[in-house]
Ligand binder design. Structure first.
Ligand SMILES: Cc1ncc(COP(=O)(O)O)c(/C=N/[C@H](C(=O)O)[C@@H](O)C(C)C)c1O
Length: 393
């Protein structure tokens, strides 16, 4: 339940029965593979999802940085992002638990889309909560969710971004726990969600380890991934935590600046790991952007998927332990990296992913000769935003 001081289950009493039921199901089906649950998960994520994803050498980036840069291509997973690993796992688990309805939150819309696809695939009705602001800036994903048969509920309270969408989804779940499972989109929320979401994404790290040995003859010197809630980071890091020779870099959104405006409660970034402080958000104790009175601050990022004031408790723990390096790059660097990968490698990355790629350009650290970057998603959803943002600069 806990990762050092972080984690726990800070939820209203009404949710405790659902949390206990989910904990029992997680232990039986995910940890103990009861009824062959994990076998069915692996078979479906292979045949429906398209796993394994390639570990591909980026020849032009390798030349630019004078090292062997390999891309873990989660953008090639069905739906265009790593999100399907967790969404498929949780919807399948809901089916094993006898649930009849699926709900989820989304910000960038990738998690919402993945949940809608998994629910359609497993014949479960699905409802997605999405901040109005995100509905407007990730429209291609709103269309995909609806075409996959999900209802998309725009959330108009507050700033209409991810934080409010999560709160609305939790509110729905509190009154529908009997029949409904809440598919949380990242390694956040009350236990067992952070560990369970990590375990569904662990397949990314397992493949990367095998592919590194086969294609390069040894483990990477460094693994780099962007961090919003932290699921694609924990997914690709989880298998390497015990390998001291593999440096791990979690790249957060530095937004437009790292200085926060305590007065207005606004942080023009989402660098919770680097600049946040300990607090409770969405059911877990973790690190988050809060003002002196403990009010959660508005976060910012050019990418919806990193625009989140919190971060997963296990990732916060690994950073405090010094096992993961928390770094960040700003909006401009991410936009440059978005265009660089598109022009130099023929891959349009998600704006979230672009932050991980920007770190290779921005850092003056020597990352070693064999560097793996997690390409968490593709940038189809971001084309309009990226062009607009680039023209503005
Ligand atoms: C392509 C892509 N890459 C990275 C992220 C960051 O989420 P994590 O991997 O959980 O840190 C995201 C996050 N997307 C979520 C979503 O689509 O709803 C996000 O907005 C929330 C679930 C946090 C993403 O779409």
């Amino acid at each position: 339940r806990k990762f050092g001081d972080y984690g726990g289950q800070y939820v209203p009493e009404a949710l405790m029965p659902a949390i206990e039921e989910l904990t029992d199901a997680y232990e039986r089906y995910v940890l103990d593979n009861e009824d062959g649950f994990m076998d069915e998960f692996r078979e479906r994520i292979r045949d429906f999802g398209g796993r394994p994803t390639p570990l591909q050498r980026a020849d032009n980036l390798s030349e630019r940085y004078g090292s062997d840069v390999y891309l873990k291509r989660e953008d090639l997973l069905h739906g265009g992002a790593h999100k399907l690993n967790n969404a498929l796992g949780q919807v399948l688990l809901a089916k094993y638990m006898g649930k009849e309805r699926i709900i989820a939150e989304t910000g960038a819309g990738q998690h919402g889309t993945a949940t809608a696809m998994a629910a359609a695939h497993l014949d479960m009705p699905c409802e997605i909560y999405m901040g109005r602001r995100d509905v407007n800036r990730q429209r291609p994903n709103v269309f995909r969710m609806r075409i996959n048969g999900a209802a998309v509920n725009p959330v108009d309270i507050g700033r209409g971004t991810l934080k409010e969408a999560i709160s609305e989804t939790m509110r729905d779940w509190a009154t529908t726990v009997e029949t409904t499972h809440y598919v949380i989109g990242s390694v956040v929320g009350p236990a067992p969600f952070p560990a369970m979401v990590r375990d569904f994404h662990r397949v990314i790290a397992e493949e990367t380890r095998r592919q590194a040995e086969e294609q390069y003859g040894r483990l990477p010197d460094a693994v780099v991934a962007c961090a919003g809630g932290g699921s694609n980071t924990m997914g690709i890091f989880s298998d390497f935590v015990g390998d001291e020779g593999v440096s791990l870099y979690a790249v957060e959104a530095g937004g437009s600046s790292l200085s926060v405006d305590e007065e207005r409660g606004v942080a023009p970034n989402s660098a919770s790991l680097s600049t946040g402080s300990e607090g409770v958000l969405h059911g877990a104790r973790t690190k988050l952007l809060q003002d002196g009175d403990g009010q959660i601050m508005e976060s910012h990022s050019v990418s919806s998927g990193l625009d989140y004031a919190g971060v997963g408790p296990e990732l916060a723990y690994l950073v405090d332990e010094g096992r993961v390096n928390a770094v960040n790059v700003d909006d401009d660097a991410a936009l440059e990296a978005f265009h660089r990968l598109s022009q130099d490698e023929g891959i349009i990355p998600a704006l979230e992913t672009a932050h991980a790629l920007a770190f290779l350009e921005e850092t003056d650290e020597d990352l070693g000769e064999f560097v793996v970057v997690n390409v968490s998603g593709r940038g189809d959803k971001d084309l309009e935003a990226a062009i607009e943002e680039t023209e503005k600069r």
